[in-house]
Design a binder for this molecule. Structure first.
Ligand code: ZN
Length: 134
């Protein structure tokens, strides 16, 4: 795995949290994107080399809605950049991790993504992401 690509934060109200994070980081978000397959609306910020992803549920069955119900708002996942997501999924499975996506899927911000179950990673939901090159 390479660097941390971004940190995902679950929020109840994307508009309000966008305003808050703009004040916190001193920069506006650079992108808002609906990820229909995941039932989330996302907003991205850059702070220096670091990226923050805010996630709001777009329906009540969204994993973000369930997360907030159980744990409240806060850090939801840590995403690592990988060069070869298919190889990385295989490697992690061999190491005994529970990978939630056998085949990577299209995520936000032009990425192929796969998630590692927090149960197998000390309570941390880990996202692997590989830039889609076109
Ligand atoms: Zn993410």
């Amino acid at each position: 795995m390479n660097k941390i690509e971004h940190i995902g934060i679950a929020v109840k109200n994307l508009e309000a949290t966008n305003a808050l994070f703009e004040k916190l980081l001193g920069v506006p978000n650079y992108k808002i994107e609906d990820v229909l397959s995941e039932g989330v609306k996302t907003s991205f910020f850059k702070a220096g080399p670091n990226k923050i992803e805010l996630l709001e549920a777009s329906n009540e069955n969204s994993p973000i809605a369930k997360f907030i119900e159980k744990k409240g708002e806060g850090i939801h996942h840590i995403a690592f950049a990988v060069d070869d997501i298919v190889a990385e999924i295989e490697r992690l499975k061999k190491e005994g991790f529970i990978v939630l996506n056998e085949t990577p899927k299209k995520g936000a911000d032009n990425k192929l993504v796969a998630f590692v179950h927090p149960k197998s990673a000390n309570g941390v939901l880990v996202e692997l992401c590989q830039e889609i090159k076109d």
